[in-house]
Design a protein around this ligand. Structure first.
Ligand SMILES: [Zn+2]
Length: 272
């Protein structure tokens, strides 16, 4: 399933595997001035390649190596002969997705394995004909995560570094303290428009990000207090979030309240 939205000169494609006419989980791909930012998942790659047909394509940037952001790289490279630029840690995943990023069943159902593609390491900047993007390192959601920031326009493409809403479940490999630090970095840039890897384009990004930081920090402090008192992760999760949400069962516990708590307690860094 693919949906299209034009925001000024930026083209946004919302991509999702659909079952019975409903998109399972949408991820975004953007086209700006010949540059493709993220390329969706294996289940949507044909739709994306057809949707981009006729547009000039001179390069790809992957915000990170998760399977729902890289899967049309190979097809676009074969068609246009372009490079895929990404953080150095992403490159082995692009080359050998099955070996370097084995997927749990729910990830294979939702997104599938990408075909291998060739990546090159990003520098500090990415230039297109009319724009110059700064590469901002934003780990936490994954260790290889970057954002692209266009300072003259105030645009920022944030991949999964910013996800709207109040988290009640998280994956075990996310580092929540690094997520908060990266969100602060993005807020400090005071972008005018934020183009996320899923969800709608944000017109007041700084306010929304600061609100999110406040929520995550406050929750983190309360969780660490209980942790220091010897309360276990599962009990803390129960006190905060009640019963696990359906996503915890669908992902066999990979995405859960308990893992959100664990992300705070395992990765804790010097906050009071
Ligand atoms: Zn991701």
């Amino acid at each position: 399933m693919i949906q299209f939205e034009q925001i000024g000169e930026i083209r946004k494609y919302r991509l999702a595997r659909s079952i019975l006419g409903r998109g399972l989980y949408f991820t975004a791909c953007y086209w700006i001035d010949g540059l493709v930012v993220d390329t969706g998942c294996a289940h949507t790659l044909d739709e994306l390649v057809s949707a981009l047909d006729g547009l000039p394509i001179n390069g790809i940037v992957n915000t990170h190596g998760h399977e729902d952001h890289i899967a049309a790289n190979a097809a676009l490279q074969a068609k246009y002969g372009v490079k895929a630029l990404a953080h150095p840690l992403t490159l082995p995943v692009l080359l050998a997705p099955r070996e370097k990023q084995p997927l749990q069943l729910y990830r294979r159902i939702m997104w599938g394995y990408p075909a291998p593609s060739m990546g090159s390491a990003l520098g500090n900047k990415v230039e297109t004909e009319h724009h110059r993007f700064e590469v901002i390192y934003t780990p936490g959601h994954s260790p290889d995560h970057i954002c692209l920031y266009e300072p003259e326009k105030g645009w920022i493409f944030t991949g999964d570094a910013y996800i709207g809403g109040k988290d009640r479940a998280l994956r075990q490999d996310y580092d929540i303290w690094q997520i908060i630090k990266s969100l602060k970095k993005i807020a400090q840039l005071n972008p005018s428009l934020l183009f996320p890897g899923s969800g709608s384009v944000r017109k007041h990004p700084r306010e929304e990000i600061l609100e999110k930081i406040e929520y995550l920090e406050e929750m983190g402090n309360r969780i660490l207090t209980l942790h220091r008192e010897g309360v276990g992760d599962r009990q803390i999760s129960g006190r905060f979030f009640g019963r696990e949400m359906p996503i915890a069962y669908f992902t066999m516990g990979h995405f859960s309240g308990k893992n959100l708590v664990r992300s705070y307690t395992v990765n804790r860094v010097g906050i009071n």
